[in-house]
Design a protein around this ligand. Structure first.
Ligand SMILES: NC(=O)c1ccc[n+]([C@@H]2O[C@H](COP(=O)([O-])OP(=O)(O)OC[C@H]3O[C@@H](n4cnc5c(N)ncnc54)[C@H](O)[C@@H]3O)[C@@H](O)[C@H]2O)c1
Length: 504
């Protein structure tokens, strides 16, 4: 949705006003908290005891971001492993930007030089000084490495998507139980203050009856040099790894470096991008399991030879470059009435980025838009009984019969309450730091409990549900049909999986 700067400001003020109302007492607490904003929001404390001694496996694009965001008061990085010498160097020296500044700049030369650098995960897992690992390697290797790590006595925080198949997810959960190790997955929206506030707005009922959520992640890689998923193999890496990558589960150097493009190593747009948004949508819907999914996907750009003025050759990627999926989720009253369905549509494009990424929640009384993990906007539906609304309308939140409602009856200057909430929201991060802080807190407090009881918010079972949504939508696109989700897929103790149950 295209909005003017004034409309964005109005929507942002409205959202902050709503958060100020729905979280009044909670926001007061955040000011008093000693543990920081994330700690207050997600119910953990300053760490008691030494920071947890961590090894990072995989310091590519995402591993380097996590190194940058890691909280040294909670996490002591003692080792780093990467197959590629260029990425080991990058872990220390960074990229020359602030997103991946490197450990020397972040921690100082002395500490950075004391960190052990290993040439692969096996060497790192043999290091007895390492208590826990972050795994940020290609998708196909999440499960094998996480399982190896837990069996070697390490707690595991692995990047999303949890695994390449649901049977692997179930095995990971089983091994975590057997080895008594913590297992978390990095869907960072579970630790985003913005999403937590957005969720409180949805839960308050302000949006009314929600029937539709639209989410998208659109990029435009049609311009030369814009495809971040197709990388050049660096000479240093090729030389160091000649004849060795097979030992680590990759057919070739190309599969190691360009793993996102192939089915054997990646999970396509739904695993890489869609899983984030479906995670967000399902958070808004109370983490209920979806009813069914259908969709269309294709290699509609890279698979077509000589498109228009681009005159390019089709390339050898296997994954779709455009996907469109539709999920049915149960509404609040679904148990009594199967007509009560919320439809979530998701698209990911490679040829247009007018609307980059985000989620839009459409309710009978209002609309909430979350944009690029950075901001949320709120607008009221105009109605004969409750007055004006729309994109220009500043709102008061007042108490109604059944809970808070949006009031647009008088014109408003930004209120103090809105300003308080806004200043709190300015401090938010995307959730990486909080995800790592909470993980360390759970290690030190030995907390293996459920998210409801202060345990990991994105544990194996929670993350497996995200993987089921992403990977089943891939099956729906492959077989071109509507697939109903089965309860047993979501049960970690039941061997049933979508990949076994859904066949051509
Ligand atoms: N949470 C998010 O928002 C987010 C964003 C981007 C990527 N990710 C996830 O992070 C993971 C990594 O993505 P990326 O973009 O950093 O990929 P990348 O290819 O840039 O980096 C992966 C690194 O892992 C290394 N590696 C592979 N196997 C290894 C092994 N056995 N031992 C040691 N090192 C090994 C590779 O050499 C490479 O440097 C993926 O699962 C991806 O989905 C998450």
């Amino acid at each position: 949705m295209q909005l003017t700067p004034e409309q964005v400001q109005t929507g942002s003020d409205n959202f902050n006003e709503a958060v100020g109302y729905t979280r009044r007492s909670f926001l007061k607490g955040t000011v008093a908290s000693a543990g920081g904003l994330g700690a207050t929001y997600f119910g953990y404390d300053k760490l008691k005891g030494d920071p947890v001694r961590f090894g990072f496996i995989g310091t590519g694009d995402e591993g380097s971001v996590l190194l940058n965001e890691h909280p040294p008061e909670y996490m002591d990085i003692v080792a780093v492993a990467d197959l590629r010498p260029t990425n080991r160097r990058r872990a220390l020296e960074g990229d020359g930007n602030d997103v991946r500044q490197g450990l020397i700049r972040k921690l100082g030369n002395q500490k950075a030089q004391s960190i052990k650098l290993y040439a692969n995960h096996k060497e790192l897992l043999a290091d007895p000084n390492v208590e826990a690992v972050v795994i940020a390697v290609p998708l196909s290797q999440h499960a094998p490495l996480a399982i190896e790590a837990m069996k070697a006595g390490k707690h595991v925080l692995t990047e999303k998507l949890m695994a390449h198949s649901i049977s692997q997810c179930k095995e990971m959960i089983q091994v975590a139980k057997e080895t008594n190790k913590l297992l978390a997955v990095g869907h960072q929206r579970h630790y985003s203050v913005l999403y937590d506030n957005a969720n409180s707005v949805v839960r308050s009922g302000l949006l009314g009856d929600i029937k539709h959520i639209r989410a998208q992640w659109h990029r435009n890689n049609s311009f030369p040099g814009r495809d971040s998923w197709r990388k050049t193999i660096k000479d240093d890496d090729a030389k160091a790894l000649k004849g060795k990558v097979q030992e680590f589960g990759y057919n070739s150097m190309d599969h190691l470096v360009n793993w996102r493009l192939y089915n054997e190593t990646g999970g396509g747009l739904m695993a890489e991008l869609g899983s984030h948004q479906l995670d967000a949508c399902s958070i808004f819907l109370g983490k209920v399991h979806p009813i069914a999914v259908q969709g269309f996907g294709g290699r509609n750009f890279y698979g077509v030879k000589g498109v228009g003025s681009m005159d390019k050759q089709s390339d050898d990627r296997e994954i779709d470059d455009h996907v469109y999926v539709t999920f049915e989720f149960p509404g609040l009253h679904y148990q009594d009435d199967p007509n009560d369905v919320v439809v979530v549509t998701y698209s990911s494009l490679n040829t247009n980025r007018l609307e980059p990424y985000g989620e839009q929640v459409f309710g009978s009384r209002g609309t909430m838009i979350v944009r690029q993990e950075q901001e949320a906007l709120l607008y009221k539906e105009a109605s004969p009984s409750t007055g004006p609304g729309g994109l220009e309308q500043r709102l008061h939140i007042i108490s109604g019969k059944g809970g808070p409602v949006m009031d647009a009856s008088e014109s408003l200057a930004p209120s103090t309450q809105a300003a308080t909430a806004a200043s709190t929201i300015e401090k938010i991060s995307r959730g990486y730091t909080e995800e790592m802080e909470h993980f360390c807190h759970c290690v030190r407090t030995n907390n293996f409990d459920t998210p409801q009881n202060g345990g990991l918010r994105c544990n194996g079972t929670v993350a497996m549900a995200d993987a089921i949504m992403a990977l089943t939508s891939n099956l729906a696109m492959r077989y071109k049909r509507r697939i109903e989700f089965k309860d047993e897929w979501f049960d970690p103790t039941n061997p049933a999986t979508p990949e076994e149950d859904v066949k051509a």
